[in-house]
Structures are given as C-alpha cells and as structure tokens.
Design a protein around this ligand. Structure first.
Ligand code: CTP
Ligand code: A1H0Z
Length: 403
C-alpha cells in the first residue's frame, strides 16, 4: 500500500493547547465545550478501487450487509459535534450513494460527484461550503478530511485532530512505518534508504481551518491535482501552514487490498461478539432459560453482563449485544424502547447494536399466534437505525403436551 511519508516534527506542544491535556472526554458537555465552533467533514469516496481488484469500488463493498462507506459515515454521524458530512463519490455511483443514505438513515450526509483524482474529489467536496447562505449548513471553522475507506476512527482522535487544526491551522494522524523507505535508481537499484525513526506514515483523519485548506486547493498546481496524495503538503506549500502531527492507533489503516476488506470484517465481527447482556422476562421458565444461556455463553468466553433494572443504561453503554428472552407476546415495544433510549442517550456508537429475541412458546396457541412476521418487519425498520435484530422461537408446546 502506498504510504505518504512525512518527517515528524517534535515541536513541544503549545502549553495552552488542549492537546497538552490527555484528558478522557468523559461527558458530552466537555466535548461540546471543547468544540464550540462548526465542524464539517469531507469523505473522499470517488475512487475505483483498482488495487482491490473487484467490480464494485471498495467503498461500496458490503460487510455484514452494510457497505463499507456506511460504517465510515456512521463513525462521524454518531458524534453530536460533527455537522455536515460531504461524501464525494464517482458520478456513476451518485444514486447508489443516495440509496445508502436513505437505507441507513444517514441524516448528516450531502453527496457530491468526485473528480479524476483524489485531490480533485476533495476540492469538489470543499466547494460545497465555499459560497453557502444555508444556515442549516454553516460554513465550517474546521474541516476534517478522511478517506471513506478508513472505517475505524474513534472520537478521541477526531477531537484531538479538530482542536489541533483550530489551534495550528492543520493537523494529521500519523503512524510508525512498518517497512523501511528506500530510494531507487532509474535502473531499479538501491540508491539510498531513509532513517526510519525520523519518518512516519501519513494517515487520516486530517483537520484544517477551512479557509486555509480551501485557499491551498484554489492555488495548487495541475501537477498537485494530478499526482499529489498529501493534503498536509498543500497547506504547507501554499499557505505556509505546518500541520501538527498526532499519533493514531493501528486501526487507522486504509482498506486498499482484498486482505484489508477481510481484516475490516473480522474487526467488526469481533467487536460485535465481544459482550452480551441477557435480559429475561419475569416468567420462571424464561429465567431458567436465561440462566442456562448465561452458563453456556460464559463457557464460550463471552463477556456476559448481568442485567439489573437500574443498570439498563450501563448495559446499553457497555455492550452492543442483547439477548432478550421472553414468553409469548410481542417484544417490539421493548425493542423500540431500547432503540429510543439509545438514540436519546446520544451515545456515540460506531458498530451496530445486535438484539437476539428468544421467544419461548409454552402453549400451542402462543406458538401459533406469535408469528415471526412482525419481527421481520421490525428488523427491517430498525436496521436503518443501526440495529441488527434476529429472532429465535422455541416451541415447548409439544414437549409440555407430551409430559
Ligand atoms: N479520484 C479519486 C480517487 C480516490 N478517491 C478516494 O480517496 C480515498 C483513498 O484513495 P485510494 O485508497 O487510492 O482509493 P482508490 O483510488 O479507489 O484505490 P486504487 O488506487 O486502488 O484505485 C478513497 O476513499 C477513494 O475513494 C477519491 O475520492 N477520488
Ligand atoms: O495514496 P492513496 O490514494 O492510495 O491513498 C491516499 C493516502 O495516501 C492518504 O490518505 C494518506 O497517506 C494521507 O495523505
């Protein structure tokens, strides 16, 4: 995978800069206080994904029935301090992206067409804000630029990138180099190698004062548009703005080759299955089944969070998976309550919430009345709110009848 390499500048942090405090942003109020200015996002997604070698551009490849780009949009959309998200797509995929926006209820997204290169696509995205009068889409103070094929980006890094961009004019995530960078001769012999400790890989997200990066793109050369790969370089070259570099986690990598798609799917699946909260109904049979489930899941080394009424919100914030065990009767009201609580909590959630509804039918009548049809309808509806709903029906009426 191509890596942009930029020498890291070990300038001491400006003491007044928030970055000197490695504070954990524990409450939304702290976040909102820190980001008291408009922040927008440009997600370049206008490429063809040649190195992936698939007919579908990689940003639209599905993972667990959801396009890769939707995970990236979700990573930003879940944050209350993020405003408009401009997604820049190939002209021929414009309608596809609008369908994705509608299906997954991406309410902050504006879709624009890309260009023949990444820099041209990014500039197209930035121009959305250049002459707007729309109060609902204010001109951003800070713009975050992030490749649409980098789905794993956490809030604390975005906050650091945003605040550093506001303080310094530009900021960018970096990672240590895995391989040594060498220069080759025209006959493909080794010319020299770079001292790896002095260099870093330039990753995403990157942040800029909007006026700086927009001005840089207005002034940059055709060569930059055609062959450039580094936005930080444009800010330095055309605006004299030296970006603050921020170390990012290993999950920042860009999905480029097929193996990257498999790795992204594995990470999402692993996160999905990490912990589960079992929520039983009141009936004795149900409590017994929930206890059996808990024992079995524990032996499978699942992190089972015991459910108690007062820890309901904790369960929501700690886990992403629920098993709701109930007798006959509709559970849709409970599921809607979970989704509503989650949305009201405005809890930043990157991965889908998984709810497995286990329905115990003791009598023949309840087995007949509790069709899975309404669950299927509900599953379709909540999918747009990033909830994966599955149903299991256990019909005990025959066993009870034979006893
Ligand atoms: N004309 C282009 C080319 C790339 N990108 C976007 O820039 C990001 C990083 O680029 P890269 O990984 O190189 O994507 P592709 O160009 O699609 O991949 P390839 O080089 O393998 O064709 C991707 O989200 C890609 O969609 C873009 O918006 N417009
Ligand atoms: O060069 P590619 O088009 O593969 O991907 C773009 C990356 O280079 C870019 O996202 C980072 O290196 C940061 O500039």
């Amino acid at each position: 995978m191509e890596q942009d390499v930029c020498a890291s500048s070990d300038r001491p942090l400006n003491p007044g800069c928030l970055l000197s405090r490695d504070a954990e942003w524990s409450t939304q109020r702290m976040r909102d206080a820190a980001v008291d200015f408009p922040v927008a996002v440009v997600l370049p997604a206008g490429g063809s994904g040649e190195r992936m070698g698939l007919p579908t551009p990689k940003q639209f490849c599905s993972i667990l029935n959801r396009p890769l780009i939707s995970y990236t949009v979700q990573a930003f959309e879940r944050l209350s301090w993020i405003g408009t998200i401009v997604v820049v797509v190939p002209k021929e995929n414009h309608d596809l992206m609008l369908d994705i926006v509608q299906k997954f209820n991406h309410t902050k997204v504006t879709v624009v067409n890309g260009g023949s290169t990444r820099h041209r696509s990014i500039f197209n995205g930035l121009q959305v804000f250049s002459n707007i009068t729309d109060s609902l889409m204010p001109k951003p103070k800070v713009i975050i630029i992030h490749d649409a094929v980098r789905p794993f980006v956490e809030e604390d890094l975005l906050l650091k990138i945003t605040l550093a961009a506001k303080e310094q004019g530009a900021s960018g995530a970096i990672r240590p180099l895995v391989s040594t960078v060498i220069a080759t001769t025209s006959e493909n012999f080794l010319d020299h190698s770079l001292e790896r400790t002095k260099y870093r890989a330039s990753e995403m997200p990157q942040g800029f004062l909007y006026d700086i990066i927009f001005q840089a793109y207005q002034q940059c050369s055709e060569f930059d548009f055609e062959f450039g790969t580094e936005c930080l370089h444009l800010a330095l070259q055309y605006c004299g703005t030296n970006a603050k570099l921020i170390d990012g986690p290993p999950t920042l990598w860009k999905v480029t080759y097929k193996r990257d798609l498999a790795a992204a799917e594995a990470i999402i699946k692993e996160t999905l299955s990490m912990s589960v909260c079992i929520i039983p109904g009141a009936e004795a049979e149900v409590v017994e089944l929930a206890k059996t489930l808990e024992i079995n899941l524990n032996t499978m080394e699942m992190d089972v969070i015991p459910y108690a009424k007062q820890s309901y919100m904790d369960c929501l914030l700690k886990t992403r998976n629920f098993i709701h065990v109930s007798m006959s009767g509709s559970t849709s009201s409970w599921i809607n309550e979970v989704v509503k609580t989650l949305e009201e909590a405005d809890h930043a959630r990157l991965y889908p919430l998984v709810i497995i509804w286990v329905q115990l039918n003791i009598t023949k009548q309840s087995a007949e009345s509790n069709k899975m049809d309404d669950l299927i309808g509900l599953a379709t509806e909540v999918l747009q709110r990033n909830v994966l709903l599955y149903g299991i029906q256990i019909d005990l009426s025959k066993r009870v009848a034979s006893e």
